[in-house]
Design a protein around this ligand. Structure first.
Ligand code: FAD
Length: 399
């Protein structure tokens, strides 16, 4: 039977992923006596950026997973439950197990929802019949299975017409697959196709130029303005709608890597916190909700006009924490997020280009060299350095 209980938290954080844990750790470092609760149902915490490399056979899925319990900061209450309703007028949240949690301050960090059912054939086919996706811990290893056993024909990679987390991930796995096909000797009897509703391979001009050259060098058939609307698993066919004409085209494939449609979590869409697109409304610099001043938003769930990435979360967390602490003390909110986001675009085994940019699409680079170049050193950053910085730095509130 469902429990009924009410608990109160001075600060309540919804979601214990990259953003929720980063905020909790920073708040604890700033004020050890602050009462903090995190609502998170999962026993495991995932470093999702590694899933690209799981799909490429470089890491095992387990390398991306750790115990959530080991990352809940000491002194923070972990409510192992799922949020089912957010009621900001009552400063309350309801959970699956029947709890009512009340708060003085709320941080919404629920991530993005993957809508597997939005494409007919996808939910039933994923993980079978050569349909794979790195967008799931459960299925990322099957991507490698498909790439490794590919014998030639068409390898199709898709991007949806929705917001996604890590906009570069749909093409990173394609570049790695192309490289793997060359190594296994099947590339000359294959066609590598990228079907995307977008008009260009990347939005920031500086990095777009490099990626256009990568696509040309690899002989990839990039089909812009193509939106995947159906998969026929048994027939090995994908149906795309042409964004401009509405015409439908069928692409037969031997393997397909799908980046599924995504949207704001339903619990946010259904709450008064949502903006017109369903994300948590937030001031793009202070991260504070404009209508509910005791609410802040961070990460993929936040309605911010930037790319949804863990790298963005790393820059948002210190801003949110500084502004939350200021708000608690009645001080003006002076910390400002500039829209920084980053995309480590892996272009092959041993090559990577680190794109970093802000709200204006201007490069916001960390290194004193031309980051639009593909480099081996950046591959080492992706495979060796960033995972360590995530587990030991970002999630501990140190970075
Ligand atoms: P998440 O880390 O997803 O956390 C959301 C949390 O909310 C989860 O723990 C979830 O269990 C919890 N939750 C959901 N619903 C509820 C509920 N109802 N109640 C309670 N809790 C709930 N980023 C990069 O910076 N670089 C990369 O190279 C990169 N590559 C990627 C490759 C792939 C294949 C994928 C999938 C992602 C990649 N990302 C990358 C994106 C990055 O992982 C996310 O942007 C980041 O995790 C966002 O953090 P978040 O806390 O907002 O969401």
């Amino acid at each position: 039977m469902a429990e009924t209980a009410t608990e109160h938290f001075p600060v309540l954080i919804l979601g214990g992923g990259s953003a929720g844990i980063s905020v909790a750790a920073r708040l604890r470092r700033a004020n050890r006596s602050l009462g903090i609760g995190i609502v998170e149902p999962s026993e495991s915490h995932y470093y999702q950026p590694l899933w690209t490399l799981v799909g490429a056979g470089v890491f095992s899925p387990e390398a991306s997973r750790r115990r959530e319990a080991d990352y809940i900061p000491a002194g923070v209450d972990w409510i192992r439950d799922r949020v089912t309703a957010i009621e900001p007028d009552a400063k309350a949240v309801r959970t699956e197990a029947g709890r009512q949690l009340t708060y003085d301050w709320l941080v919404v960090a629920l991530g993005i929802q993957i809508d597997w059912n939005a494409i007919p054939g996808l939910a039933e086919g994923i993980g079978t019949r050569d349909i794979c996706s790195n967008y799931s811990y459960q299925h990322a290893a099957y991507t490698w299975e498909c790439i490794r056993s590919f014998q030639g024909g068409t390898a199709l990679f898709t991007m949806p017409n929705t917001a996604v987390k890590c906009g570069g991930a749909p093409q990173k796995i394609m570049y790695l697959a192309d490289d793997a096909f060359r190594r296994s000797g099947v590339r000359d009897k294959s066609e590598v196709v990228f079907a995307t509703p977008q008009q260009a391979i990347f939005s920031v001009p500086k990095y777009r130029k490099t990626l256009e050259a990568v696509v040309a060098r690899k002989g990839i058939d990039a089909r812009f303005r193509h939106n995947l609307i159906e998969i026929r698993p048994d027939a090995h066919e994908a149906v795309c709608e042409l964004v401009d004409s509405g015409e439908r085209v069928t692409i037969p494939y031997q393997m397909i890597h799908v980046t599924p449609p995504m949207s704001s979590p339903d619990v946010i869409k259904q709450s008064p916190l949502a903006d017109a697109k369903g994300w948590v409304e937030a001031d793009k610099h202070t991260l504070r909700h404009p209508r509910f001043p005791e609410v802040f938003a961070i990460g993929d769930a936040a309605g911010l006009p930037t790319s949804k990435t863990g790298a963005a979360v790393r820059k948002q967390a210190p801003v949110l924490v500084a502004n939350l602490l200021a708000a608690m003390e009645g001080r003006p909110l002076t910390a400002s997020y500039d829209g920084y986001s980053s995309c480590p675009v892996v272009t092959g085994y041993n090559r990577m280009m680190l794109a970093e940019f802000d709200y204006d699409g201007e490069p916001a680079e960390s290194f004193p060299f031309d980051q639009a170049k593909e480099r081996y050193s950046m591959w080492l950053l992706k495979t060796q350095v960033l995972p360590r910085l995530y587990w030991h730095g970002m999630l501990r509130g140190r970075l």
